[in-house]
Structures are given as structure tokens and as C-alpha cells.
Design a protein around this ligand. Structure first.
Ligand code: 5GP
Length: 173
């Protein structure tokens, strides 16, 4: 297993997070923002982002999994759902990475069924060329090519999440 040098550095990540948070802060002024982090992958991005957002907010989490190692199973399991009443909330769903879009589409539909006042989606990384389900994304950190990446919350087999930067992961024989 090989983790290469940073593909996105700490500095690039911090700069992008400030830009995203500025846009989100402007868009949610006067609204009732509920930021929902999708665990486990988004835990670091989410905690960095919410600390940079300049409007009052509440937080909650979802725990979902769809991935077996580097292969998607295409099946989503929800291990923890939002506990807050979302009926009068402006929900911002925060994801680490969108690949096929299957996970996010599933979560989006579930949340929309509960009729929040509004729902937007923010993802740190977007592998747009891999998309199978067209899911609307409002805030994208970085569009990246079709490589398996780890670090900054993203894992391979639950490892490498603590790398402070994003790296391309290669599996060696
Ligand atoms: P999707 O349902 O969009 O195909 O997959 C989304 C999920 O797959 C992400 O939340 C993440 O857990 C996982 N995933 C997709 N691409 C990558 C990647 O390059 N690296 C890692 N660590 N996880 C990925």
C-alpha cells in the first residue's frame, strides 16, 4: 500500500475552506441553518467548515456507508440518522467526496421526504467523471480526476483518515 505525496496540500485545503465558508455564510444569512455532516469521511472537513461559517447554526450527523475497500457495493446502509426536527430548517448536507452520486442521492431523497425548508449540498471533493446519478451539488471544494484518494478524513479500510492533506492511494501487490 502506497500513499503518495500531497495531492492537495494543507494550505490549498484551508484556502478552499475559507472560500466555501464565505459563500455559505453569505447564502445563509437570516436563515435557520442545520449543517449535517456525513460520517465518517466528512468529519474533518465538516469540523473545519463549521468553524469558518459566520452565521448561527446547529449541527447533526448521518452515518452512511456504501463502500467496500476501493470498490463500491452500490448499496447504502444508514447507521445513524438526523435526530433534529428538520421541518423548519435550512439543511446543508456536508459530504467528503461524491463519486457515482449513489450515496448522496439516496440521502438527499430521504431528507427531502421529511420536507426541510430547504436542502443544499456541499462536498469537499467531486469525481465528476464517475457520476452515475445526477445529484445537484451547490458547493464543491475541488473537482478531482478518477483516482482513489485518502487523508483529511477519507480512508482506505478505515486508515489514513488522520493525514492532514489529500493523497492518491495506490495498492501494491
Ligand atoms: P458514491 O456513492 O458517490 O459512489 O460514493 C461516495 C462514497 O464513496 C464517499 O462518501 C466515500 O466514502 C467513498 N469514496 C468514493 N471515492 C473515494 C475515494 O477516492 N477515496 C475514499 N477514501 N473514499 C471514496
Amino acid at each position: 500500500m502506497v500513499v503518495g505525496k500531497p495531492f492537495l496540500t494543507v494550505e490549498q485545503i484551508q484556502k478552499k475552506n475559507r472560500e466555501l465558508a464565505a459563500r455559505i455564510s453569505a447564502d445563509y444569512r437570516g436563515k435557520d441553518l442545520l449543517a449535517v455532516g456525513i460520517l465518517k469521511g466528512a468529519f474533518i472537513f465538516f469540523s473545519d467548515l463549521v468553524r469558518l461559517i459566520q452565521v448561527p447554526l446547529t449541527i447533526d450527523f448521518l452515518i452512511a456507508s456504501s463502500y467496500m475497500k476501493t470498490e463500491t457495493s452500490g448499496e447504502i446502509r444508514l447507521h445513524y440518522n438526523i435526530r433534529e426536527n428538520i421541518a423548519d430548517k435550512d439543511v446543508l448536507l456536508v459530504e467528503d467526496i461524491v463519486d457515482t452520486g449513489i450515496t448522496l442521492n439516496y440521502l438527499r431523497e430521504r431528507i427531502l421526504n421529511e420536507e426541510p425548508r430547504s436542502l443544499r449540498i456541499c462536498t469537499f471533493l467531486d469525481k465528476k467523471e464517475r457520476r452515475e446519478v445526477d445529484v445537484p451539488i451547490d458547493y464543491v471544494g475541488f473537482e478531482i480526476p478518477n483516482e482513489f484518494v485518502v487523508g483529511y478524513g477519507l480512508d482506505y479500510d478505515n486508515r489514513f483518515r488522520n493525514l492532514p492533506y489529500i493523497s492518491v492511494f495506490k495498492k501494491t501487490a
